[in-house]
Design a protein around this ligand. Structure first.
Ligand code: ZN
Length: 274
């Protein structure tokens, strides 16, 4: 009888902990969001993220809160001898959290670690070319979002991209868009959307725009969205996100429906603030 009571109590505690976990997480996040944001952190962001200063005070404060949560939940690892500094962490976190403004913000639930190399890094890849042979190659990369729990970035590339805001290239926005895309378990260019009906509109707009980009690239035409977006629908979403935040004017002019779709998804209009 005593054993049965002990087992019952253990099961009850485990169930209560599982049930309470999301509630406790929200309480912890709310506390972090309201935590003091150090002045020297603010100074780093002001210096490194050009669009930060154009955001209204309320969005800046919202961004601070998201950054506090992001820094508390993600692990930063320096690779290739790179020492992780406040500047590196804040430059990455601020841009990653820009994608979360005005959204409920699930803080990239699958992402655990951010690996940062000083510059471009080399990755060994193997491709099967027959039943018995694989081809080994070395690829130079600037950033990648591994499907499960990590993102790999080059600090040199991050600095270049943040200095050249408005050129439509941003490795952080790109890799974190992949994270949003993968939240539902598949990397297919369709992130989690609010309502069931949103998927229909998304599919219609994104399919048409992706096909248009592929054909424009084949014809050698100049495009507002980078040619890399024509690789596959997942890359299209990531590249479209970079264009949306860095070249909103051009995107709205040339791809009004795509712009409206991304504005609806990100609940943010870069033309208003950036
Ligand atoms: Zn990509």
């Amino acid at each position: 009888m005593l054993n049965a009571i002990i087992v019952f109590l253990i099961v009850a505690i485990v169930v209560a902990l599982i049930w309470l976990r999301p509630i406790l997480r929200e309480i912890r996040r709310d506390r972090l969001k309201n935590k003091f944001f150090p002045l020297h952190w603010r100074a780093i962001i002001e210096q490194n993220i050009p669009c930060y200063q154009t955001l209204p005070r309320s969005l800046q404060q919202q961004l601070h809160g998201h950054i506090n949560v992001f820094l508390a939940e993600k692990q930063f690892l320096g690779c290739g001898g790179l020492q992780i500094t406040d500047e590196i962490k804040l430059t990455i976190a601020a841009q990653a959290c820009l994608l979360l403004l005005n959204q409920k913000g699930n803080y990239y639930p699958k992402l655990k670690s951010i690996l940062v190399y000083p510059g471009a890094y080399i990755v060994k890849t193997t491709t099967p070319i027959s039943d018995y042979l694989v081809e080994e190659k070395q690829e130079i990369r600037l950033g990648e979002s591994w499907y499960r729990d990590r993102i790999v970035l080059s600090w040199e590339q991050i600095k270049y991209d943040t200095k050249n805001w408005q050129d439509g290239h941003n490795v952080i926005l790109h890799e974190f868009a992949h994270q949003l895309d993968g939240e539902d378990g598949s990397l297919n260019g369709v992130p989690l959307l609010d309502r069931q009906s949103d998927y229909m509109t998304w599919a219609r707009v994104f399919e048409r725009e992706y096909k248009q980009l592929c054909s424009d690239i084949e014809l050698g035409l100049r495009t507002a969205i980078d040619a890399y977006g024509a690789t596959n629908p997942a890359e299209f979403f990531a590249v479209a996100t970079e264009t949306f935040f860095e070249k909103p004017q051009q995107m709205k002019q040339k791809h009004p429906e795509l712009y409206a779709e991304l504005k609806h998804y990100y609940k943010f209009d870069p033309l208003e603030w950036i």
